[in-house]
Ligand binder design. Structure first.
Ligand code: MN
Length: 497
């Protein structure tokens, strides 16, 4: 995965010639200082590069063209230090195809009560200069993130840092190749969709591969590679002592090596499989998929290419953040009225980036698929806030459905459930959350993340131009039902579907 610190966001400062050279020199020097300050911020993981103070329509158009063609540039941050008549911005904003953030800040923190004079007022006009820019971006219906606050303060830096991470995820998605291995679980609806529309909207491509393509790589793995990987398992996980199980673990290691080799050779960043189509593999890939996810690959089970691509994007965004992100499925409920909960898991494929403590490698039969007993990592997850997000294809457009949840420690042992699992309380409560999720058509598969917040998804939806249905502590079923109806009309009218 590309290191976030190699990516750049460009600061472009708007002004005009009305104020004279002296003011423009000062504006440039303040901008340089501001960019350096943001660049050093612990909340901003990418490089912040000051590009220029722009004072004409020609300069604005040129810097937008440069941003479009610079590979290292993942987004543009604009700030109006002084007033910058916004008709100058029309052409540039119309051609800009990188994510845009509008930083509404000012150079000074507090009003300098004693010294403030008309020269100061002339030079520091962002309080109204940024409103002129806000008008033109709204007038042109340009998607962007607006960040308000003083640039030295954590709140503004955090908001900008979140947007920069999302912009990095977006940039990665433009070059993401998803391998759909063995097509779809038969008859399942939500994992299907329009791959051409998805590529046009989000940038990632999805192509199908037969199991034989993977099996070829598995067969090419030699014994010493298997021995070495099993040794790594021994160092990192609790291992089974039963000798028959150890044979299964060796086979699982061979599948991991083969699958990894297939993905690397094809330059894939995400993949799907399905238990109904495992021809030539002895086990359903369990530990293989789990460890590949932990290394940053996106994954969706049963052919779920939308969740696989979304997980990949979120893995790019969450680099270096505490927590982790995984493929997930709502499995079963606890309708205990005192503490209603959801038990999330999958047959095997949960990412150990969300694990509490050292996972155990276990081998158990799988009720479906008709293959040998697969090896998998088993673990629980720490308590704390998390989100679940699903990407669905509504036929004429896409929708993201997201729910804020609180992970709980299990109050009981689960001695006979040999899969990684997470227990959570959805906001605002199980009944409302599940009701709204179902009304919105959210999938049973999700990306579960303890690393990112709803703000990431808001920024992502804005950049992608797709609907985001949020279910959180303020959600009311009645209001959400109306929101879905209004949004249906809005996206038809806005032709952004
Ligand atoms: Mn599933």
């Amino acid at each position: 995965m590309k290191d976030l610190s190699k990516s750049e966001i460009w600061l472009v400062t708007g002004s005009q010639h009305l104020y004279g050279e002296e003011v423009l020199t000062s504006v440039a020097s303040h901008s340089r200082e501001l960019a350096a300050g943001l660049d050093k911020s612990e909340f901003v993981p990418v490089q912040v590069v000051f590009k220029s103070v722009v004072t004409t329509a020609g300069q604005i158009t040129e810097v937008c063209q440069q941003a479009n063609s610079a590979h290292s540039c993942i987004g543009v941050v604009v700030w109006m230090h002084t007033f910058s008549p916004a008709k100058m911005w029309i052409r540039g904003l119309q051609i800009l195809n990188k994510p845009l953030a509008h930083l509404h800040t000012q150079y000074h923190t507090e009003i300098p009560w004693e010294s403030i004079d008309m020269d100061f007022m002339n030079e520091n006009q962002s309080a109204h200069g940024d409103r002129e820019f806000g008008f033109i971006t709204s007038r042109l219906r340009i998607p962007r993130k607006v960040v308000v606050g003083h640039w030295k303060q954590p709140s503004a830096q955090q908001q900008l840092g979140t947007w920069a991470r999302v912009a990095a995820g977006w940039a990665a998605l433009q070059n993401t190749r998803v391998a759909r291995i063995g097509d779809n679980m038969r008859q399942v609806a939500v994992t299907e969709g329009d791959k051409v529309a998805a590529q046009a909207r989000f940038g990632f491509e999805v192509n199908g591969y037969g199991l034989g393509d993977v099996v070829k790589h598995v067969k090419d793995i030699n014994q010493s590679q298997v021995t070495q990987l099993v040794e790594e398992y021994h160092q990192r996980y609790h291992m089974p002592s039963d000798s028959r199980h150890q044979e299964s673990v060796k086979e699982a290691a061979r599948i991991e090596l083969g699958l990894r080799s297939f993905l690397e050779a094809g330059e894939f960043q995400a993949f799907t499989d399905t238990f109904e189509n495992l021809y030539g593999l002895k086990q359903l890939p369990g530990i293989a998929v789990q460890r590949l996810m932990a290394d940053g690959f996106g994954f969706g089970a049963e052919g779920d290419w939308k969740t696989a691509a979304l997980l990949r994007a979120i893995k790019v965004m969450d680099q270096g953040l505490p927590g982790g992100s995984s493929f997930m499925e709502d499995y079963t409920y606890d309708f205990n009225p005192q503490r209603p909960l959801v038990l999330g898991a999958h047959m095997l494929e949960i990412c150990p980036s969300i694990a509490r403590g050292k996972p155990s490698v276990e081998v158990h039969p799988l009720g479906i698929g008709g293959k040998e007993d697969p090896a998998r990592l088993v673990f629980d997850s720490d308590a704390g806030p998390a989100i679940n997000v699903s990407l669905i294809d509504l036929g004429h457009r896409f929708r993201l459905v997201a729910n804020e949840v609180e992970v709980k420690q299990p109050s009981h042992e689960l001695p006979r459930l040999p899969v990684a699992r997470v227990l959570w309380a959805p906001q605002p409560g199980l009944e409302v959350a599940a009701h709204c999720w179902i009304l919105a058509g959210g999938a049973h598969h999700t990306v579960f993340s303890k690393a990112i917040t709803m703000e990431f998804l808001e920024d992502f939806a804005e950049i992608a131009g797709v609907e985001l249905v949020i279910i959180d502590k303020d959600t009311r079923t009645r209001d959400l039902k109306q929101q879905l109806r209004w949004n249906e009309a809005y996206y038809q009218l806005a032709e952004r579907g």
